[in-house]
Design a protein around this ligand. Structure first.
Ligand SMILES: [Zn+2]
Length: 385
């Protein structure tokens, strides 16, 4: 059995998307001539739970070959690129061919939007035009230098509707409810957009789509009525400039007192976080929907009571988001030493574990997140001075 057929045993993978790239790159023995026969053969396999190695003999006729370690990264890059390409759309509630920026075919032109203020924040943390970001790729932790203008870009707004962020792009931050709302909204859109891109090749299940669309409805209604009270924001200030920028959203399973946070089936209740250095201070904004106050309302109190803000922010960021950018020298001096631990934490908190039934459906999800992880048993500190 060639190595890439193992993908067929992972119900989380949309194997067809990978195999389409194999076909187009003429890798692994796949090509346009044998492709549809190959896919039908994949679908003819018994359910994953009942499969034995000999079932794979039905592939013998294709004369497949292993994908090498040299070939795999370029295939993966193409899978990711196609996911980004397929997922370009404008998030604005009034997005349509009449309201958005369109080309001569009336097709919406989605432009590269910044998930972090470009000139407001990124320009303050660059070194020779570069910032440092990191990501988990193929299970490997990868810290890398990025051009400022390519850092943190996502394809989620047309040019016209991108202007919704002007109050946080061009106006100084004065903690208005509109600004706090927009920071939270940007965190939501950035994280959700990334998830939609990845869901072209990874199967997160229907619940994930539902979570995004239900949360989007709340933001959309608020944007259309300028009702910024749907978002509650706790603003914290660190008394120094730290060249780190974060914009993200995610949910918490546990609070800072290790209490489990129960979530509903209707909609995943997310929090939205922003880390934003300006002049001689760094703001940390923690936002959630007002209607989720029963779940997250105490987080702010806990943060204040603990008086351990640097560690607490570090853990919220380290465990939950990859949309984080550092000044390169700062990264080398203060962050690089934690790379192994960051990988471990991301693995614990980002990976779900599941069982599958006889129809290849993913059934029981459980997570390996330790209930005390926010206490930072690893001793990581993103704030080096
Ligand atoms: Zn638009």
């Amino acid at each position: 059995m060639v190595n890439f057929l193992r993908q067929l045993e992972n119900p989380r993978m949309n194997y067809e998307v990978f195999f389409e790239v194999f076909r187009d790159f003429r890798k692994g023995g796949l090509n346009p001539e044998n492709f549809s026969d190959f896919i039908s053969t994949c679908k003819a396999l018994p359910p994953i739970t009942k499969r034995t190695p000999s079932d794979y003999s039905i592939f013998d006729k294709f004369e497949l070959t292993d994908i090498t370690e040299v070939e795999f990264p370029s295939i993966m890059r193409e899978v990711i690129r196609r996911g980004i390409e397929k997922s370009k759309f404008c998030w604005h509630p009034e997005a349509s061919a009449t309201n958005c920026n369109v080309d001569h075919n009336d097709k919406i032109v989605v432009s590269a939007a910044h998930s972090i203020q470009n000139n407001g924040v990124l320009s303050k943390i660059v070194d020779n035009g570069h910032v440092m970001g990191y990501a988990m790729e193929k299970g490997e932790f990868d810290g890398k230098e990025l051009g400022k203008n390519h850092a943190s870009i996502f394809w989620g707004f047309c040019n016209k509707h991108d202007a919704i962020f002007r109050p946080i792009e061009v106006q100084p931050y004065t903690q208005t409810s509109e600004q706090n709302f927009l920071f939270a909204y940007r965190g939501f859109v950035v994280s959700s957009h990334k998830k939609i891109e990845v869901s072209t090749w990874m199967n997160f299940g229907e619940q994930s789509d539902k979570d995004i669309s239900e949360n989007k409805k709340i933001f959309d209604a608020a944007i259309l009525t300028n009702d910024y009270t749907v978002i509650e924001t706790e603003v914290f200030k660190l008394p120094a400039f730290y060249p780190i920028a974060v914009s993200s959203s995610f949910y918490l399973d546990f609070d800072f007192e290790c209490k489990a946070i129960p979530h509903s089936e209707e909609r995943m209740e997310d929090i939205f976080i922003t880390l934003y250095p300006v002049d001689n201070k760094t703001y940390f904004m923690l936002s959630y929907f007002s209607k989720d106050k029963h779940l997250y309302g105490d987080l702010g109190n806990q943060l204040r009571k603990r008086e351990n803000l640097k560690s607490d922010i570090t853990m919220l960021v380290a465990a939950h988001t990859e949309n984080v950018y550092f000044n390169p020298l700062y990264y080398k001096t203060f962050i690089e030493q934690y790379e192994k631990l960051l990988k471990l934490i991301l693995f614990h908190t980002q990976m779900d574990h599941a069982t599958i039934d006889d129809d290849n459906n993913i059934n029981v999800n459980f997570s390996f997140t330790p209930s005390n992880y926010l206490d930072n048993p690893y001793g990581i500190n993103f704030f080096g001075y």
